[in-house]
Design a protein around this ligand. Structure first.
Ligand SMILES: C[S@@+](CC[C@H](N)C(=O)[O-])C[C@H]1O[C@@H](n2cnc3c(N)ncnc32)[C@H](O)[C@@H]1O
Length: 273
């Protein structure tokens, strides 16, 4: 496959914006390019120009295209050490209040949210929480709402869980069927799922904890800065922000408004309006 040029990608993002209303102009170009290459191979489209023409000619359904262009990889208890630290962070949020609000921004198929629900259940905090989970991708949100995971992924999920809680039993939170497992319906009912595009949303409800892990890695610094600004505004003072272990906020304009709680797991605490 021939090398994809910047001008071609720019044109593609303009047509995507015009046809679907999604703005990918502030996405990190290297990963966006990899996703475009993947679509070309998958759909057997010869080049970016042909893909651009197909989008302009309404060949793609908006939701299907979005599902292909976004990266949805996730796991239960992804980065187990993060969840061990979360266990020590959560009680701090209850020091001055009975109930807290958590927002999972970019929740993908829901494994991060299910992990949080299990953690809260195991800490006996499940009735003292409101959870909102959002993603730009409607198809993946539908999957998250279903609570369904392929049984093939459970070996890794169980390994992660054991690293977070060596004496626990992950199986008790799932109903096992032949090829799939289904997450506990009572726990799942605690979550409100919403379609939210972080590149466009200007305001949200105030939260005590925001998780946006492995999402901003796909954005350029401009968009990352805007999203960090949004999270700063949407956090109560002394609220926490958790991002992916390969991400950072220290370079951003808002860095001096957060304290570093854990640098390895990228957990921050807002201390200044
Ligand atoms: C790699 S997954 C991360 C899932 C989970 N947070 C984790 O760490 O395992 C990235 C998710 O970000 C979502 N995403 C990408 N761009 C977005 C945007 N502009 N607004 C909201 N979600 C977005 C994708 O649809 C995808 O589900």
């Amino acid at each position: 496959m021939q090398e994809i040029g910047i001008a071609e990608l720019k044109k593609l993002t303009e047509v995507i914006k015009e046809k679907f209303g999604y703005d990918f102009r502030d996405y990190a170009m290297s990963s966006f390019k990899r996703r475009v290459t993947r679509i070309l191979e998958l759909k057997k489209i010869p080049n970016v120009e042909a893909l651009t023409l197909q989008i302009a000619g309404n060949v793609f359904v908006k939701e299907d295209f979005l599902h292909e262009i976004t990266v949805n990889v996730t796991e239960l208890f992804r980065d187990p050490s993060f969840w061990r630290i979360m266990k020590t962070v959560l009680p701090n949020l209850y020091l001055n209040q009975e109930k807290i609000r958590i927002w999972h921004a970019g929740c993908s198929s829901g494994e991060e949210v299910y992990s949080m629900l299990i953690l809260l259940k195991e800490m006996d905090l499940i009735d003292k929480v409101e959870i909102i989970a959002s993603d730009i991708d409607k198809c993946i949100l539908a999957k998250a709402k279903e609570g369904k995971i392929s049984i093939r992924n459970m070996e890794l999920n169980e390994k992660n869980y054991i690293r977070y809680n060596p004496t626990g039993d992950l199986k008790k939170y799932f109903l096992y069927d032949k090829d799939y497992v289904y997450f506990d319906k009572d726990l799942l009912s605690k979550v409100s799922f919403r379609e939210i595009n972080l590149a466009e949303v200007k305001s949200f409800t105030k939260c005590d904890l925001i998780l946006c892990r492995n999402v901003m890695i796909y954005f350029n610094q401009n968009l990352q800065n805007d999203v960090i600004k949004l999270f700063h505004e949407m956090l109560f003072n002394y609220g926490y922000l958790a991002i992916g272990s390969k991400e950072s906020i220290i370079w951003s304009e808002y860095a001096n408004k957060f304290l570093v709680v854990n640098n390895e797991e990228k957990i921050y605490k807002k201390f200044k309006e």
